[in-house]
Design a protein around this ligand. Structure first.
Ligand code: BTN
Length: 256
């Protein structure tokens, strides 16, 4: 069924009444659209029921069946450069918390910002920014959540899951999105004074801290113990007795 914008709007909290919202039945990519778009008010939400060129991290494709899942991007202007890194913490946290409140189960965060359940990916986040001037940037936060899709391509079958598969029932996409937005904008509006709380909650929900992992970065694989994710969002890895920090990459948890 087509996404019901009016139902979603009716669920939004009063502080979000000035959020500009656009819906597309089909688009290339909600992130690409917002990066190209010059004019929008300070905050905008773009939702699509299908993307013909959905993008993920590392130039991968983001595939999602039509009208089953959530694919949306939040565009923001005038974001302080010093706040850019914080999106990587509070975006997955907002989704983790909204899902837990709404559906009563806990997703885990896999660094930097995937959401997984029993090691299968349920949600991916692509955060992109463009510099506006010395201090400010435009940010596009793209989020893809497998909500009601239950079948995946053979390559993804072992790696992907959905909220419907986990919960065993159809999920209302409109209510879920409204709840995620409430959390997201709460964290965004309180960014200057709640970073400690956000950082600690993020770490508590992260998989793999203290465990053996591998990090794929720049076509090299590094094996070691995941020491921590630091406050800059970097992953700290102990390889033998040397500490490495990674700003990006893809981790795999090794079975004990
Ligand atoms: C990843 O896990 O690699 C990130 C996936 C992000 C997918 C979302 S879907 C909505 C938005 N539009 C895109 O083209 N990508 C993001």
């Amino acid at each position: 069924m087509r996404f019901n914008i009016d139902l979603m709007k009716s669920q939004l909290t009063s502080n979000l009444t000035n959020l500009e919202i656009e819906y597309f039945e089909e688009i290339d990519s909600t992130n690409t659209y917002l990066l190209k778009r010059k004019n929008f008010s300070n905050k905008i939400l773009v939702i699509a029921d299908y993307q013909t060129a959905g993008r993920g991290r590392f130039n991968r494709k983001w595939l999602s069946d039509p009208s089953k899942n959530l694919m949306f991007s939040i565009g923001l202007k005038n974001v302080d450069h010093s706040d850019l890194q914080k999106f990587s913490f509070f975006t997955p946290l907002s989704i983790q918390e909204a899902v837990e409140d709404f559906m009563n189960f806990k997703l885990k965060i896999k660094w930097p910002n995937d959401l997984i359940f029993e090691n299968k990916k349920v949600c991916g986040i692509l955060i992109e920014s463009q510099i506006e001037n010395n201090e400010k940037a435009k940010v596009v936060v793209g989020i893809g959540i497998n909500v009601n899709q239950t079948e995946f391509t053979p390559e993804l079958e072992d790696k992907a899951s959905s909220l419907k598969i986990i919960k065993g029932e159809e999920i209302n996409r409109e209510i879920l999105l409204a709840r995620i937005l409430t959390k997201f904008f709460y964290y965004l509006e309180n960014l200057k004074n709640n970073f400690d709380e956000v950082y600690q909650s993020y770490r508590e929900k992260c998989v793999g801290i203290g465990q053996n992992i591998t990090v794929l970065f720049d076509r090299e694989i590094y094996s070691g113990i995941l020491l921590d994710i630091n406050r800059n969002g970097e992953l700290e890895l102990l390889v033998e007795d040397k500490k490495f920090s990674f700003k990006s990459g893809e981790i795999t948890l090794l079975k004990e």
